[in-house]
Design a binder for this molecule. Structure first.
Ligand code: C2E
Ligand code: MG
Ligand code: MG
Length: 705
């Protein structure tokens, strides 16, 4: 085979044509005037114009007005005519009108006379690659923009090589030393908080395995100075045809501030704003933990202390709420000063605090309660006031069988007991405390129902002459239903008093007493010398309408006021809630007389007693019961009798149970009494029958004279 340059011209041309038809660039040959002489196959493909259509036409026509201004072509034309090769990007239209970009090389063929006789135009379609590049450029710039605009760090982990790329922002999120992390996932994990590490690894693994659609996990990263920053990592895996993850890439956001905010919110939800102590919710939660721990471990123990300030309301009422708030804060710091740091001190609300102490026995818990009481008993100085505050504390020992709520309730009950016993003391909860309180609750509910149903009845205990047993009068005593076993007045009267039900209850008894009185008046029997006495509770006594109510009942029943007597205790007689002298005078004005009940047990001063328009003193039964055995009781009874005598009062002894007591009283000069020796309280009909019966039939008492 001959070398190419030695081939005959025709053969050379054949070769050339073959080559031209197989090159990928489009080639057009025109004469100097621009008339097309030849186009290759790539040209046909590129423009859509066939060889036959193209030859003979103007090249400018074929490429259909390149999208360039005329000035452009003038300058290109000049350079070509000058014999220079021109290269550049051109945009022209295909046969179907679609514009497309080409990289063009225009080569003039210069003759010997230096004139340009032919022009070869070589064009390469760059529209596809341009579009691709453009798209890439756009997306890249968008991505770069996004990365720069956000505070997020970027990361890209090649799972095949293990290389970890971290963006400058990612590194800056930690500290200047974080550059050492780049390239090594292990170095990254090294900076992850121990408590978060397994979560992070699990999340990455889960996403890598395809179980999760996205990777999203929060973790704490350690900074150079040892502080922790919360990070949110997001990412997505790139997978190969088999679904195998080859890369995971994503962002990292510093969420420390959001976390701090969340922590603050959580803190606020679980703490008391005034004292900063855990609130009820958090306390219950910790208590729950302690109970569960006790169930797991036999040797564990804990105690709950329920601390309630005594008469805190008085502080609020007298010197104001802001002083009350300061006091609560001071109490908080004293409580904290007494307990160990591991103990939980909480404020449940108002002046109620609780303490949860672990690893403590009952003696230890009571000792702690005492120390708390001592700490609180030290005077507080609040807004230039010196306040003396005491606390009542209930203690409940942890119990694996009880729930957290029960324990708290038990401590509360024990505290309530401490209050009942006179405040400023600690009481440990035991089951009997619970039994009593349980009964109280049941009674409370029953009481509310029983009253409107008229279940309360006045029964009457005779007041007699100690000499011959003659019935001189009666004391009306409230009974709940026909069965006295339901509840004794000693139990339900204080309850009714607390619930505010004593006023209607007392009124019902008063009315029944007046009805009995009226029947007695109307009977043929002897007149009610000592009349019928009715007990007045403190609340009834301070009721502004008391006198009106009594007057209305007297009016309604037609009872003679001179035979009606009300009994009040010494403390009622000295109440500060009303003017006792005025109330007594109001009753006296109606004709009603007044007796002091349980005399000797209170602290009434003689001078005060002297001011009251009182007609009768009732010696408390505790002295009567001790008459035979103790000299002091005898001395007290004697004093009361002489006091009565000097003030011109009748004296009635209560609780006379035996003949010995009766004789002793008579010896001391006490002529009137009541007690089981003569009779218990009985229903109205029974009592009335006894009152109107002839004296000698009444008790069959041996006469002392
Ligand atoms: P009180 O007014 O001192 O009534 C006398 C109490 O002593 C009565 O108890 C009576 O049953 C009891 N008693 C009478 N004789 C003897 C005796 O020989 N030995 C002993 N051990 N006890 C005797 P009761 O009926 O249980 O009432 C207790 C208290 O409840 C009363 O004490 C009174 O303070 C109050 N109470 C009863 N009824 C009423 C009422 O209608 N209104 C008000 N406000 N209080 C009432
Ligand atoms: Mg009484
Ligand atoms: Mg009494």
């Amino acid at each position: 085979m001959k070398p190419y340059d030695q081939l005959p011209a025709a053969e050379k041309l054949q070769w050339l044509e073959l080559v031209l038809d197989h090159v990928q660039d489009a080639i057009l040959l025109s004469d100097a005037a621009g008339s097309v002489l030849y186009v290759n196959r790539a040209w046909e493909d590129m423009t859509g114009f066939a060889f036959e259509e193209s030859v003979g036409r103007s090249a400018a026509d074929l490429i259909r007005g390149d999208h360039h201004p005329d000035t452009f072509w003038v300058s290109v034309g000049e350079r070509i005519q000058a014999g220079e090769v021109w290269q550049g990007r051109l945009v022209s239209r295909r046969r179907d009108g679609e514009p497309f970009a080409q990289w063009a090389t225009l080569i003039p063929i210069v003759d010997v006379d230096r004139s340009v006789s032919r022009i070869i135009s070589v064009r390469r379609d760059v529209s596809v690659s341009e579009r691709r590049e453009l798209a890439l450029a756009v997306s890249e710039s968008r991505y770069a923009l996004a990365a720069r605009g956000s505070n997020d760090g970027l990361w890209d982990w090649d799972l095949r090589t293990g290389a970890l790329y971290l963006s400058p922002r990612w590194l800056a999120q930690l500290d200047e030393d974080a550059v050492a992390i780049e390239g090594s996932p292990e170095a990254w994990f090294d900076r992850v908080h121990n408590d978060d590490l397994s979560d992070l690894r699990l999340a990455i693994e889960a996403h890598r395995a395809g179980t999760t659609e996205h990777l999203e996990v929060e973790y704490r990263a350690r900074c150079l100075d040892g502080s922790w920053r919360w990070m949110l990592v997001r990412g997505a895996a790139v997978r190969d045809e088999d679904g195998e993850a080859t890369r995971i890439a994503g962002s990292q956001t510093d969420i420390s501030e959001r976390k701090a905010h969340e922590v603050r919110l959580l803190h606020n939800a679980l703490h008391d704003a005034l004292t900063g102590l855990p609130n009820r919710e958090l306390f219950n939660d910790r208590l729950g933990h302690a109970v569960r721990r006790l169930r797991r471990r036999q040797d564990a123990s804990f105690a709950v202390l329920f601390v309630d300030l005594d008469r805190f309301k008085d502080v609020n009422d007298s010197i104001g709420h802001s002083a009350g708030d300061i006091l609560l804060q001071e109490v908080t710091s004293r409580l904290r000063g007494v307990v160990r740091p591991s103990d939980t001190v909480a404020r449940l609300g108002g002046d109620e605090f609780t303490v949860l102490v672990e690893d403590i026995d009952q003696a230890g818990a009571m000792h702690l309660a005492e120390r708390i009481r001592e700490a609180i008993a030290q005077p507080f100085s609040v807004q230039s006031f010196e306040l003396f505050v005491t606390a009542s504390i209930g203690v409940a020992m942890g119990d694996a069988d009880g729930s957290a709520e029960e324990l708290l309730r038990n401590a509360d009950r024990a505290m309530y007991h401490a209050k009942k016993r006179g405040r400023a003391q600690s009481v440990v909860y035991d089951v009997s405390t619970s039994g009593k309180l349980q009964r109280r609750l049941v009674l409370q509910q029953e009481l509310r129902v029983a009253l409107p149903r008229g279940e309360f009845e006045a029964w009457f205990q005779p007041i007699v002459s100690l000499l011959d047993g003659r019935v001189l009068g009666f004391e009306a005593l409230a009974r709940w239903g026909a069965n006295p076993a339901v509840a004794s007045p000693a139990e339900f009267i204080p309850l009714a008093e607390e619930l505010g039900l004593i006023v209607p209850l007392g009124e019902a008894i008063l009315e029944q007493a007046c009805v009995l009185l009226r029947r007695w008046q109307d009977s043929e029997g002897p007149p009610p010398e000592l009349g019928v006495t009715v007990n007045l509770s403190p609340r009834q006594f301070v009721d502004a309408q008391l006198v009106d109510r009594v007057a209305a009942i007297l009016e309604r029943t037609g009872a003679d006021p001179q035979y009606l007597k009300v009994e009040i205790t010494e403390s009622t007689a000295m109440t500060r809630h009303t003017n006792p002298v005025e109330v007594c005078q109001g009753l006296r004005a109606l004709g009603v007389s007044i007796a002091i009940d349980d005399f000797g047990t209170g602290y009434s001063s003689l001078s005060q007693l002297h001011r009251l328009p009182v007609q009768t003193l009732k010696i408390d039964q505790s002295f009567v019961h001790r008459l035979g055995v103790d000299h002091e009781a005898r001395a007290i009874v004697r004093t009361i009798l002489s006091l009565g005598q000097s003030l011109g009062l009748q004296v009635v002894a209560e609780g006379v149970e035996t003949q010995e007591q009766r004789h002793a009283l008579l010896e001391l000069g006490c002529l009137r009494g009541q007690g089981w020796l003569f009779g218990r309280a009985e229903p109205a009909d029974v009592a009335l029958a006894r009152a109107v019966a002839p004296a000698d039939e009444s008790f069959g008492l041996p006469s002392v004279i």
